[in-house]
Design a protein around this ligand. Structure first.
Ligand SMILES: [Zn+2]
Ligand SMILES: [Zn+2]
Length: 359
């Protein structure tokens, strides 16, 4: 049994913009919203709400005043870079970042108050932002803010954050590394692959030891290997941890059509990931489930993966699913998948060495 799902989207999120040549194009947020509208997904089980911007107090749950001030100042100037050369500053970026973070905050508020059972926003998932540093297209870490908000505003103790973006959720890991907040990240991993962290041995420190699970994946990983690992690790970890709320960073840049990460997922995998996780949140925490966006640089793939996932979570299925799963998404999976053993060893390590540490 599933209660209604809130879908938080506003056109102000499109101000989270780095310029026309940048791979990150916020128009995908609107395309997801438009696709859901076109297929008739909005109704009693999926409700669209326009969120407001986040407040400074909400940003301060994770970020320092010095950092927030600096971002506000440099966005007024409208030139320069955030950190390194990949995250340029534009005039609308600060306002866009508040709108994006506001969407995630609204999701947490909606499920924590019990107004909606699940809440989703196509934006957010800015998991690379650190308390005093932004990078990797991420200004404010709304994923970590969501966790802190659940703790501080609502007194929720058992918080699980699952990150399926193709890149390691390094900022989120950093924020909760010494705490008993369960953080799980599935990501491409390799010597030169951004942000270079996310090895399986990074398991948390002090009180947080055993509460940080990384599933590093080799390039080319496809549906069958990924889903087997996801199913085993997420089910076992949530069974051990018994979360009161699950926050899901649902980046879609592990799709085979995405040019950045070289992972090989199809939209079928995104549907299964949504179904598996949705199934687990109904087992724990009365179904309190927040789903945010993340990376995704093939706009058509993100649009389809997200529309499908939204329907899977909300139970709104007014469409012919095959129309959103393209034929090529079904065929790709028939290719050989060569890294079965490598990923299997990671999963075995987490199951035998790390999960037993969870209390
Ligand atoms: Zn449900
Ligand atoms: Zn990513």
């Amino acid at each position: 049994m599933s209660g209604a799902t809130a879908f938080f989207y506003t056109d102000s999120m499109l101000k989270y913009y780095f310029g026309p040549e940048h791979p990150f194009q916020p128009i995908r947020y609107k395309k997801i919203f438009d696709t859901l509208t076109e297929i008739g997904a909005f109704g009693p089980s999926l409700v669209h709400i326009e969120p407001g911007p986040s407040t400074r107090d909400e940003l301060r749950l994770v970020h320092t005043d010095t950092y927030i001030d600096r971002i506000e100042e440099i966005c007024k100037l409208g030139t320069g870079y955030l950190d390194g050369g990949d995250t340029p500053i534009t005039e609308s970026l600060f306002e866009g970042a508040l709108a994006v973070t506001g969407g995630t905050v609204a999701c947490v508020d909606a499920v924590a108050k019990g107004e909606y059972q699940h809440a989703m926003t196509p934006a957010g998932g800015m998991h690379h932002a650190m308390p005093e540093r932004g990078s990797g297209f991420c200004v404010f870490n709304d994923t970590a803010i969501a966790g802190r908000l659940a703790q501080k505003r609502y007194g929720i103790k058992r918080i699980a954050i699952i990150d399926i973006d193709a890149h390691h959720g390094d900022g989120t890991q950093e924020v909760f590394y010494n705490e008993q907040v369960l953080t799980i990240s599935f990501h491409r991993y390799g010597q030169y692959f951004y942000p270079r962290t996310g090895a399986k041995e990074e398991i948390g420190k002090g009180k947080g030891k055993g509460y940080n699970l990384n599933v590093p994946l080799p390039g080319g990983t496809q549906d069958d290997v990924y889903l087997k690992a996801y199913d085993r690790v997420v089910r076992a970890a949530l069974d051990a941890y018994r979360p009161d709320i699950v926050i899901h960073q649902f980046g879609a840049d592990a799709h085979f059509g995405d040019c950045i990460a070289d992972l090989g997922l199809t939209t079928k995998a995104y549907e299964r990931i949504a179904e598996t996780t949705h199934d687990m949140v109904h087992k724990y925490g009365q179904g309190k489930y927040v789903v945010t966006g993340g990376g995704g640089y093939n706009i058509d793939a993100v649009r389809r993966a997200w529309a499908i996932a939204t329907c899977a979570v909300s139970g709104a299925y007014p469409y012919d699913p095959e129309a959103l799963h393209h034929l090529q998404d079904s065929l790709i999976n028939q290719k050989a998948n060569c890294n079965r053993e490598e990923v299997g060893e990671v999963v075995d390590y987490l199951m035998s060495e790390v999960l037993p540490l969870i209390r």
